[in-house]
Design a protein around this ligand. Structure first.
Ligand SMILES: [Zn+2]
Length: 271
């Protein structure tokens, strides 16, 4: 008898439509001069097409000096709050673009559409998308996202996740050495909605006030060759907390990150 993968067992119960999820955004984009729906498509030799949702939001300001930030959610298909928070952020910015001053934001709300539609963490192959980057993976989602990360050379990267082993919010500060100065106020702002995890060890990594400066290999991030290193943050909310509080924590954190990136990235560029 075939042994079912855990994702397959869980995946049979729920089917969520990515198209339905994005419907509201598509409508908004169709009548916006700042928000663009620009999904990525890849067709394999058998003719099977994989679509990776992507939205582009251009903030006010001088386009020639825009900072480029990538926001990635739904890398794990069973982590819904980041997906909804990324969409909420788009909607908020569409209503009030001021916080996006000087930015072009590339938002990938559902990086693992197969997993999202089945409420499963994994890719269809059973692999963990967040362990496959920059190690020669042939997973379609990895190839598409690596292509974006290479081509767009983001100044800042934000990845939204949830953790079912943590009772509080925390984050990974990676890339540029000043990244922790973006993450710290973001955790502070998000702690209005959910408690911070102050454990000295989180997810088996040494942590300081909810900030981890190591991390797994193979996670979604800038190409190893990119110089200077961009600001890279992985923000985690506790999976067991209410969905609404998690979404608020994610959006509060992202707002502060955008505020802080602006000053620190230009400062870093001048060093
Ligand atoms: Zn995750």
């Amino acid at each position: 008898m075939k042994t079912l993968h855990a994702a397959e067992v869980r995946g049979t119960a729920i089917r969520r439509s990515v198209a339905t999820l994005l419907n509201r955004m598509e409508k908004l984009a169709s009548r916006s001069d700042r928000l663009f729906s620009a999904h990525l498509e890849f067709t394999d030799p058998r003719g099977v097409t994989t679509t990776l949702p992507r939205f582009l939001f251009t903030g006010p300001g001088d386009r020639s000096s825009f900072l480029r930030v990538g926001i990635f959610a739904g890398v794990h298909g069973d982590e819904e709050s980041g997906v909804l928070a990324a969409l909420d952020l788009i909607q908020e910015l569409h209503a009030n673009p001021a916080p996006a001053l000087g930015y072009e934001l590339f938002i990938y709300p559902v990086c693992n559409p197969w997993g999202f539609s089945r409420n499963a963490r994994w890719l269809k192959s059973g692999a963990d998308l967040n362990r496959e980057f920059w190690r020669g993976s042939s997973e379609i989602e990895v190839l598409m996202l690596e292509g974006q990360l290479m081509r767009l050379a983001f100044d800042g990267i934000i990845a939204l996740h949830t953790d079912d082993t943590s009772e509080g919010i925390y984050g990974f500060a990676k890339g540029h050495q000043l990244t922790r100065y973006v993450l710290e106020p973001a955790l502070e702002a998000a702690s209005r909605h959910l408690p911070r995890n102050f454990d000295r060890s989180i997810d088996n990594f040494q942590a300081n006030m909810g900030i981890i400066e190591q991390g797994y290999t193979g996670i979604l991030g800038a190409p190893p060759t990119q110089k200077p290193r961009p600001f890279e943050i992985v923000f985690e909310t506790p999976h067991a907390a209410s969905l609404e509080a998690q979404i608020k924590a994610h959006t509060a954190a992202m707002s502060i990150m955008l505020e802080r990136f602006r000053g620190l990235i230009s400062e870093a560029q001048n060093i």
